[in-house]
Design a protein around this ligand. Structure first.
Ligand SMILES: *[C@@H]1O[C@H](CO)[C@@H](O)[C@H](O)[C@H]1NC(C)=O
Ligand SMILES: *[C@@H]1O[C@H](CO)[C@@H](O)[C@H](O)[C@H]1NC(C)=O
Ligand SMILES: *[C@@H]1O[C@H](CO)[C@@H](O)[C@H](O)[C@H]1NC(C)=O
Ligand SMILES: *[C@@H]1O[C@H](CO)[C@@H](O)[C@H](O)[C@H]1NC(C)=O
Ligand SMILES: *[C@@H]1O[C@H](CO)[C@@H](O)[C@H](O)[C@H]1NC(C)=O
Ligand SMILES: *[C@@H]1O[C@H](CO)[C@@H](O)[C@H](O)[C@H]1NC(C)=O
Length: 474
């Protein structure tokens, strides 16, 4: 047995027992492992449950000598049930399997003998999930409570703080649960949910601004891209040969992989994860990277212009500083956040993404940008002089809890960017009012950050969820 008395370390720890930071025997202050970079969640596109972005190794904590004096967050709703319109496709393929001649499932699909579909009440479609370790409302509450610890110094325990949500039920619920996590017992009186309708007539005064000039928007989707990437055909053929009588196609496989990703939004595990090979998951994830990049991201100058609205308004607030407000919590959808990321010149690949090969390293991974619960955080920091920089105001962009330094602007503490230079980056984005041809009768600028309600009438759900939707999303 290990002898504590003769162990030098034990003696040392007795001698310094008052210093609780001393590692226990066998523990290291710093881990020596970095080999956990592989995770299937990074290959499930935007349907993956939340995971932090793979970090560049920059400390998430505020650099020494700096204080965050204003924070902005734009968050996607949390993990959720699929939308009914897309789930029709999953159910169709599952029925095709059940109605095939296969009696006993074999090979990679052996689990299908006992597997059951995870939506048992049609009323749950499109809503936040509440079950399992990846539950959406749990994610939102946890984020709020973590952010209270991180940014609680920005609340003076008196001011009523607005929380902005686009007018869509699952987004509103996410905003509410975040607020309850952040404010705890003070949520009912100190937070004010402001619902910004998603209607196009809101023009630029919106968290979901539509770009009228983007004629591509409503037809641009993943199916435009999957045909050029062959690996999913291979999975279909493998399943069919393991199970004679089955006749799955590549597009059926796409549906099944989406079914798998959503299963994790509701349950702790999905057996579908192991039915596909790593290469198949990589291809699946990349299809979504292509779709977001070309349809809702840096690959579309119209969408980048739509993202300029939030990027610009946030920049204006940072220039005004804390007197304009200290916390701006906003909630919308994935395809409203990727345009903002593009307008901020973050994750903009040097070349257009290739449609028929999968690049490695992949410069645009949507699971690193907008997984469920994905969020972009912008910190305005006032800093003293440091070894690398003068005293001044700096900005840090944080995507899913990883600090993302600008390659061309990182001269500040902790690789942050001086506010004036950050502002110049935002100025380079195509401008919403010039590019999007929004009807002149619609608002051309965002104003709700300066003109919000401080009442709590929308802080809680009341009545039927569907009714609330029609109430707010005209
Ligand atoms: C900046 O320097 C002043 C004067 O030394 C000090 O009081 C203050 O705490 C410093 N701020 C930060 C964020 O370290
Ligand atoms: C916050 O909640 C605590 C506990 O209920 C209460 O004592 C305090 O007065 C509240 N603060 C405000 C500003 O409502
Ligand atoms: C503020 O409240 C007024 C009156 O209820 C309403 O018309 C307006 O849309 C609200 N604004 C926001 C941003 O919630
Ligand atoms: C499989 O489905 C395709 C159409 O998707 C059809 O053309 C083909 O005949 C089917 N094969 C079998 C063996 O059922
Ligand atoms: C990929 O496909 C999109 C949409 O069809 C197209 O706009 C884009 O130019 C293609 N990219 C390349 C690198 O060819
Ligand atoms: C930036 O946003 C502010 C506030 O909405 C607006 O007044 C200003 O015109 C905008 N500037 C640009 C370049 O879009």
């Amino acid at each position: 047995m290990f002898n504590l008395v003769t162990s030098g370390l034990a003696l040392a720890s007795v001698a310094s027992a008052s210093w609780s930071g001393l590692p226990k025997f066998g523990e290291k202050q710093f881990s020596q492992s970095f080999n956990d970079g592989y995770n299937l969640l990074k290959h499930m596109g935007s349907f993956a449950p939340y995971s932090d972005r793979a970090s560049y190794g920059v400390d998430r904590n505020t650099p020494e000598g700096c204080e965050v004096d204003q924070v902005h967050m734009l968050m996607r709703h949390g993990e959720r049930y699929p939308d009914a319109i897309f789930a029709e496709g999953y159910v169709e393929v599952l029925d095709k399997m059940r109605n095939s001649k296969v009696k006993t499932w074999k090979g990679d699909l052996a689990f299908f003998n006992d597997w059951t579909y995870y939506v048992d009440d049609a009323g749950l479609y499109s809503q936040e999930s509440t079950t399992g370790p990846y539950a959406g409302l749990l994610d939102a509450f946890t984020r709020g409570s973590e952010y209270r610890l991180r940014y609680g110094h920005l609340w003076d325990s008196e001011t009523v703080v607005p929380i902005f949500s686009s007018g869509y039920e699952r987004v509103i619920e996410t905003a509410r649960y975040f607020g309850q996590g952040f404010f705890g017992y003070n949520y009912s009186t100190s937070a004010a949910i402001n619902i910004i309708p998603e209607a196009a007539s809101q023009g630029a005064d919106s968290l979901t601004p539509s770009c009228t000039a983007d004629s591509n928007y409503y037809t641009c989707y993943a199916d435009r891209f999957y045909a050029t990437l062959p690996p999913l055909e291979v999975a279909a053929k493998r399943f069919n040969s393991q199970n004679p009588g089955l006749n799955l196609t590549a597009s059926d496989v796409l549906q099944l992989m989406e079914t798998a990703a959503f299963e994790l939004n509701v349950r702790a595990s999905t057996p579908w994860a192991d039915a596909f090979t790593l290469d198949e998951w990589v291809a699946y994830g990349y299809i979504w990277d292509l779709a977001y990049y070309y349809c809702f991201g840096a690959g579309s100058e119209y969408q980048t212009a739509a993202g300029q609205v939030y990027a610009n308004a946030t920049r204006v607030l940072m220039q005004s500083g804390p007197k304009a407000g200290k916390m701006f919590w906003s909630f919308a959808h994935d395809a409203d956040i990727t345009p903002v990321v593009a307008a901020l010149d973050i994750d903009v690949p040097e070349h257009k993404l290739p449609n028929s090969t999968i690049p490695f390293p992949n410069p645009y991974r949507v699971a690193d940008i907008v997984p469920m619960g994905g969020h972009l955080t912008l910190e305005r920091m006032t800093c003293n002089a440091t070894t690398v920089s003068k005293a001044g105001v700096y900005v840090r962009a944080i995507l899913n809890e990883a600090v993302v330094p600008y390659s061309k602007c990182q001269s500040g503490p902790g690789y942050s960017c001086p506010l004036a230079k950050f502002s110049a980056i935002v100025d380079k984005a195509p401008k919403y009012d010039e590019k999007c041809e929004t009807p002149s009768s619609y608002p051309q600028y965002l104003s709700f950050f300066w003109n919000y309600n401080t009442t709590n009438e929308y802080n809680y759900q009341s009545g039927d969820i569907a009714y609330q939707l029609t109430d707010t999303d005209v």
